[in-house]
Design a protein around this ligand. Structure first.
Ligand SMILES: Nc1ncnc2c1ncn2[C@@H]1O[C@H](COP(=O)(O)OP(=O)(O)OP(=O)(O)O)[C@@H](O)[C@H]1O
Ligand SMILES: [Mg+2]
Length: 513
């Protein structure tokens, strides 16, 4: 034992001597150069290569660093007694990651890589416009040299993609609005956002199950259709027009779509947008995987006809200063696109032009209570690919409401009652909103709720019948009056003609005499 200690002491003495010799013989510059040389020598002979991914790249945050951190948090191989936990802004989920100086091995397409999280103290605060954190953080990726191409070619893209997916899954949906008009916030963002927590889903939506399934399949095809859109040369976007009377579930459908696909919603208030270029800027600042909504489009802008100038009843509830693209621009307007007003043409470009595909995977949804007021140009396929009629409550939709509000199944209701309801639901022409009000009011007493609804259906059905009768009578009377007028016109004309002829004859007679 004593011998070992003696040997160790003498070895340390030799090491200390060598070090002091090195310090005196070699100046610092030479020392640095030889260190570099040794490192190079090591990298030549080593079968590995290393990539540094630092948290801050110059003065900007390195997106890849954040992505790697998020990606590794999903790794099944993360173990250990010390992990770092994070909860991001607008997120209700906690993610965990590698803590300082920990390592993790990952495999991708048969290639093994090793990640190390390195945290060191920042030496001195260099000058910077914004204060830098005291710690320098980064990842070192160790890869076998022969696998370098795989890592640089596709692994890092895969990491970024996976991280985005995790971020979306962890993050609450956001609802954006442009209520600030065209002005931007300090980060140059024209949209304001709040967490989107609407509980509407396709399950809670009362509508014909077949129609519902068709819409869901269409949405899913869209979301999974990247390669299809790429192959066919189409921008990866889709337009839906939801039309129907108030209270039939158009807004609820939008919320259900967002919840189904996990997309954010941009609720575009057209009346707050002053020019086409402002509209374009707003579009540029929308993210991928989002639904851009324009509600009550017939009330927001004059959309009667691109070719005609202004006017039109559609404008009555909307803006006064808009004009059509084809109409002469008012003084001060800079022409069609950069003009000082927002036009239908600008809106069409917004949904279908080159700008509509900035970012990708976007859904446009327009809603209206009056489809007949919309310009056909806006409705054509490619702009509004699917027209969804949200109409009065059908019997199948009614059964969904019964199930949602009263937890009723078909079999819970007696057959005569069910048949009676079936006979009146559709003629009553009540909206799901009307029906749900009755159900909410009586949800503690299911039988009372159904009885009250049946009464409401019958009353409304009766009112509708009376209204239709009155209307047909009014039409009959109008037709009769029109017929009479049609007969009157030639008669009046004939009387006038006869009178003129008589006068002429009298004059002729006078001349002869
Ligand atoms: N099809 C439906 N399924 C389930 N609930 C519905 C449906 N339609 C309407 N409702 C209920 O009625 C309320 C109003 O519906 P919603 O706002 O979706 O109607 P809307 O068609 O957008 O009306 P508006 O044209 O006035 O904007 C919602 O809170 C929802 O609970
Ligand atoms: Mg609505």
């Amino acid at each position: 034992m004593k011998e070992i200690w003696t040997t160790m002491a003498s070895m340390m003495g030799v090491w200390a001597f060598c070090q002091s010799l090195l310090h005196t013989v070699f100046p610092p510059a030479l020392r640095y150069a030889s260190l570099k040389f040794l490192q190079r020598l090591h990298s030549w002979f080593s079968s590995y290569c290393y990539y540094d991914i630092t948290e801050i790249d110059g003065v900007n945050t390195n997106e890849l660093y954040n992505a790697v951190q998020l990606y590794l948090s999903s790794s099944a191989s993360i173990t250990g007694t010390r992990l770092s936990l994070t909860r991001g802004l607008n997120s209700s989920t906690i993610t965990y990651g590698l803590s300082n100086n920990d390592r993790l091995v990952d495999t991708y397409n048969g290639v093994t890589v090793e990640w190390e999280h390195v945290v060191t103290q920042r030496q001195s605060q260099t000058f910077s416009w914004r204060p830098l954190p005291e710690e320098k953080r980064g990842f070192i990726l160790r890869v076998k040299k022969k696998n370098r191409q795989v890592v640089l070619g596709s692994y890092l893209d895969f990491v970024m993609e996976k991280a985005n997916e995790i971020r979306r899954k962890n993050q609450d949906r956001l609802l954006y609005t442009n209520s600030r008009g065209g002005s931007m916030d300090s980060r140059g963002h024209p949209w304001e956002s709040v967490p989107f927590k609407h509980p509407s889903t396709f399950e809670t939506l009362a509508m014909d199950p077949e129609k519902k399934a068709e819409i869901m399949a269409d949405l899913l095809d869209f979301a999974n259709g990247e390669s299809f859109y790429q192959r066919t040369g189409r921008a990866w976007k889709r337009g839906y027009l939801l039309y129907g009377p108030p209270g039939t579930g158009k807004s609820s459908m939008i919320a259900a779509m967002a919840n189904y696909l996990g997309y954010d919603i941009y609720d575009l208030e057209l009346t707050e947008v002053n020019t086409n270029s402002e509209l374009r800027k707003l579009l540029m600042k929308t993210s991928s995987k989002s639904i851009i909504v324009i509600e009550d489009i017939d009330c927001s802008i004059n959309l009667t006809n691109r070719k005609k100038n202004g006017g039109g009843s559609a404008n009555s509830g909307g803006r006064k200063n808009n004009h059509d693209a084809a109409s002469p621009a008012p003084p001060g307007a800079n022409g069609e696109d950069g003009g000082s007003t927002i036009t239908l043409s600008g809106l069409l470009n917004f949904t279908d032009g080159l700008w509509s595909c900035c970012g990708s995977e976007k859904i446009f949804v327009f809603t209206t209570n009056h489809i007949e007021k919309l310009d056909p140009a806006l409705l054509r396929s490619g702009r509004m690919d699917m027209h969804i009629n949200m109409s009065y409550c059908s019997f199948s939709a009614f059964k969904i409401l019964l199930k949602n509000y009263l937890e009723y199944e078909d079999t819970d209701l007696e057959k005569p009652m069910l048949e009676e309801l079936e006979g009146v639901v559709e003629v009553a022409e009540m909206t799901p909103a009307d029906i749900s009000e009755v159900l909410i009011k009586n949800r503690r007493d299911k039988n009372k709720a159904v009885r009250e609804l049946l009464e409401a259906f019958k009353t409304r059905a009766e009112q509708n019948r009376a209204k239709k009768l009155l209307e047909s009578k009014r039409n009959e009377v109008e037709d009769e009056e029109q017929e009479k007028r049609a007969l009157d016109i030639p008669k009046d004309g004939f009387d006038q003609l006869e009178e003129t002829c008589n006068k002429c004859e009298e004059k002729d007679d006078e001349k002869i005499h």
